[in-house]
Design a protein around this ligand. Structure first.
Ligand SMILES: *Cc1c(COP(=O)(O)O)cnc(C)c1O
Length: 352
C-alpha cells in the first residue's frame, strides 16, 4: 500500500494550531457561551418564509443591510454582512495580513485566525484593571506598525470597556502608521457608554464590528462590519459571494425590522439581572467579582477549577477562564430563575 504522509502537506502554522474547542457538557443551565437565555422561536419573527431555495441568495444581502441601515442610521455602503462576526475577522486578517495587534486576555478568535492565516500576532497584556496598557500598546503600534488592531470593548472575557480616551489616542496614532483599528462591539447593546459609531466620520482607519449573536439570535450567524466603503471594497475581494444564506438574510431582516422591540426588552432584562448578579456575587465570601458592561460577569475564586466541576455536577455550565485569567470563571447572565439557581449552588459550594 502506498503511504500517505498527511503531516508533510500541512502548513506549519496549522500544525501548531489547536482547534477552537467549545467544551460542551450538557447541562440544564447553560451560562457558558454569552448567549441570550430567552428562547426565540422562528414563528415569533416570521409567519411564512417567502423565498425560493432553487436560487442563490442575494450576494449583497441588500435587504438585510437596509434593515441595519434604518435601525442604526448607517449608510448601506458602509456595511458588510458576515456569517457571524468571526467570518469578518477572518476576512479582515486575510485582506490586510499582519502583524495583528490586540490586548490580552481578549476574544480568542483574533489570535486563532491570525495563526491560521499565518500572520504574526502581537499581544499586549492588559493592566491590573483590565484596561489597555497605554504606553506599551502605543510603543508597539509605532515599532511594529500592525496592519490591524483589534479592541473588544466591552472586552470578552473581562467584561469591562477600555478607556475611551485611550482608544481615541490609539486610533490617532494608528492612522499615522496606516494601521486599521477594529473595535469589536459584540457586547455594546449591554453597555452604558455610547460606543464608537459616532467616531466613524472622524477616522478613515476605524472599523466597528457588531453581531446579532449576543442579543438573542446566535443560531442565525449574522455579524456586520461598519466602515468606509474604501476599506469594505478591499475586504469584499476576499468575501465568498454567498457567505450569508437566504434563510438567514430573510429571518435577520425581519428580526431587525419587526422583532427589535422584543430584543430591546430582553437586553434591558439582562442588564437588570446583571446588576443583581453582580451584587449577589460580591456578597459571597472568597469571591472577587469584576465590573461588567456585557452580558456576562468574570469572577475570581480560589479552586476555580474545582468550583467549575462542582457546578457542572449540579447541572450548571459556566466558562473556565483560568488559562487566561488566574482562578477565574465567566458566567453568562441567564434568566432570573437560572441566576438564582446559580448563586444558590455557588454559595453551597463555597460555604456549604
Ligand atoms: C462572541 C463574540 C464574537 C463572535 O460573534 P459571532 O457574530 O457569533 O461570530 C465576536 N467578538 C467577541 C468579542 C465575542 O465575544
Amino acid at each position: 500500500m502506498n503511504t500517505f504522509d498527511l503531516q508533510s502537506i500541512i502548513r506549519e502554522n496549522i500544525k501548531k494550531l489547536t482547534p477552537y474547542q467549545v467544551k460542551e457538557f450538557p447541562c440544564k443551565i447553560k451560562l457558558d457561551a454569552n448567549e441570550s437565555p430567552f428562547p426565540v422561536k422562528l414563528s415569533q419573527i416570521v409567519n411564512e418564509i417567502d423565498i425560493s431555495l432553487n436560487r442563490y441568495p442575494d450576494p449583497d444581502a441588500l435587504e438585510l443591510k437596509k434593515a441595519i441601515s434604518r435601525r442604526f442610521k448607517i449608510n448601506t455602503n458602509n456595511i458588510m454582512i458576515g456569517n457571524g462576526s468571526d467570518e469578518l475577522i477572518y476576512y479582515l486578517i486575510l485582506t490586510f495580513g499582519g502583524p495583528v495587534l490586540y490586548p490580552v486576555p481578549t476574544f480568542s478568535m483574533y489570535g486563532i485566525i491570525a495563526q491560521s492565516v499565518g500572520v504574526k500576532k502581537i499581544e499586549s497584556k492588559l493592566d491590573k484593571n483590565f484596561d489597555i496598557n497605554e504606553k506599551e500598546f502605543i510603543d508597539l503600534i509605532k515599532k511594529k506598525k500592525p496592519s490591524l488592531i483589534f479592541l473588544s470593548s466591552p472586552n470578552n472575557p473581562t467584561g469591562n470597556t477600555f478607556s475611551a480616551d485611550k482608544i481615541l489616542k490609539i486610533i490617532e496614532i494608528a492612522i499615522k502608521k496606516s494601521s486599521i483599528v477594529v473595535i469589536d462591539e459584540a457586547y455594546h447593546p449591554f453597555c452604558s457608554e455610547k460606543g464608537f459609531l459616532p467616531f466613524l466620520k472622524d477616522f478613515d482607519n476605524l472599523l466597528i464590528l457588531r453581531t446579532l449573536s449576543k442579543i438573542g439570535l446566535a443560531g442565525l450567524r449574522v455579524g456586520y462590519l461598519i466602515g468606509t466603503d474604501k476599506i469594505l471594497n478591499e475586504v469584499g475581494k476576499v468575501r465568498l459571494p454567498y457567505n450569508v444564506d437566504a434563510l438567514t438574510q430573510y429571518i435577520a431582516t425581519h428580526a431587525i425590522n419587526n422583532f427589535y422591540s422584543k430584543i430591546k426588552k430582553f437586553i434591558r432584562e439582562i442588564i437588570k439581572e446583571r446588576e443583581i448578579m453582580h451584587k449577589e456575587l460580591s456578597q459571597i465570601k472568597g469571591i472577587r467579582v469584576y465590573p461588567s458592561e456585557a452580558n456576562f460577569i468574570l469572577f475570581k475564586a480560589k479552586n476555580s477549577k474545582e468550583i467549575h466541576e462542582k457546578l457542572i455536577k449540579a447541572g450548571i455550565l459556566v466558562r473556565d477562564i483560568s488559562s487566561v485569567v488566574k482562578d477565574s470563571l465567566r458566567v453568562t447572565i441567564g434568566t432570573k430563575e437560572e441566576n438564582t439557581e446559580f448563586i444558590k449552588t455557588l454559595k453551597n459550594i463555597l460555604e456549604g
